[in-house]
Design a binder for this molecule. Structure first.
Ligand code: GAR
Length: 209
């Protein structure tokens, strides 16, 4: 399974995925390329240090469709089958979503459908929830809305700031993203409407034979 990762910034989830592939925690997966829409994304260096090709594809005043067409081309040239969004802070066009239908995965720092969009951790604090967390989900045409693969819960503490809460969520994000991509790579996930189900091992064998 060839994976392409899209980033816009720090790239810690990207690094967690590349490192997991490197230590064999996601069998049969390979990270073929990392693409950033920002030339100064810190994650670009992190990808290169890990021996993964890192490419910048900036928007440069083009329409979303034109920008995404270049992304699709870069990904296809490298044989990418699955796209992981890791802090990619741009909406994808419908063209992109159809090009990788049911094969785009995103991580979001809240328990969706609560707190979609920007500043999810601040939204959780402002709302006063007692638990929040992170969600790994397939991407569809709506913002932070596709079928959920898995979620991890993080308690909100009385003295939490955006920074302290974000740090604890991020720790869970790294583990959750690796686990979710491992499930997808194992072909044991079935999407049915808004829900995803884990197929038992025997059933996977039958469907492969
Ligand atoms: C992560 O917390 C990720 O969940 C969030 O941006 C951060 C990126 O960190 N993504 C979103 O909010 C997407 N809606 P990273 O660059 O270190 O992986």
């Amino acid at each position: 399974m060839k994976i392409g990762i899209l980033i816009s910034g720090r790239g810690s989830n990207m690094a967690a995925l590349i490192d997991a592939v490197g230590r064999g925690a996601i069998p049969s997966a390979e990270v073929a390329v990392v693409i950033s829409d920002k030339a100064d994304a810190v994650g670009l260096a992190g990808a290169r240090e890990r021996g993964v090709e890192a490419v910048v594809v900036e928007r440069r005043g083009r329409t979303r469709e034109e920008h995404d067409a270049e992304l699709i081309e870069v990904l296809r040239k490298r044989g990418v089958e699955y796209v992981c969004l890791a802090g990619y802070m741009r909406l994808l066009s419908n063209d992109f979503i159809s090009a990788f239908k049911d094969r785009i995965i995103n991580i979001h720092p809240s328990l969706l459908p609560s707190f979609p969009g920007l500043d999810a951790q601040r939204q959780a604090l402002d709302h006063g929830v007692k638990v929040t967390g992170c969600t790994v989900h397939f991407v569809d045409e709506d913002l932070d809305a596709g079928p959920i693969i898995l979620q991890r819960v993080v308690e909100v503490l009385d003295d939490d700031t955006v920074e302290s809460l974000s740090a604890r969520i991020l720790e869970q994000e790294h583990a959750a993203y690796v686990e979710a991509v491992r499930l997808v790579a194992s072909s044991r996930l079935r999407i049915e409407g808004r829900r995803t189900f884990l197929i038992e091992n025997e059933a996977v064998g039958e469907s492969n034979s």
